[in-house]
Design a protein around this ligand. Structure first.
Ligand SMILES: [Ca+2]
Length: 93
């Protein structure tokens, strides 16, 4: 029987801890900038827009430049948000 207030408090505390851990790990895994922040609000990202300064800050962008043709799924030469996020969230080994 888990009807006492003490058990209820415990359940709330456990749920709160789990939620906090989730938020913390989502932040910790963010190794690449948002699409908008590097495209300057444009719908498309050109290779030249990924500057060495950005690459230094986010090494994942170097990977993107090295595999630009792979990331550019529709082969229009630019990366859109969908292509960007698909590439950046690929599991890397
Ligand atoms: Ca494209």
């Amino acid at each position: 029987m888990f009807t006492s207030p003490r058990y209820l408090l415990l359940a709330v505390a456990v749920a709160g801890t789990a939620l906090f851990a989730q938020v913390a790990s989502a932040d910790g895994n963010k190794k690449f900038p948002s699409f908008d922040s590097i495209s300057g609000g444009d719908k498309m990202l050109a290779r030249d827009e990924v500057t060495p300064k950005l690459e230094k800050k986010y090494p994942a962008l170097t990977d993107l430049k090295e595999h630009w043709e792979d990331a550019d799924m529709d082969h229009d030469g630019n990366i859109n948000q969908h292509e960007y996020e698909a590439f950046m969230t690929l599991p890397k080994d």
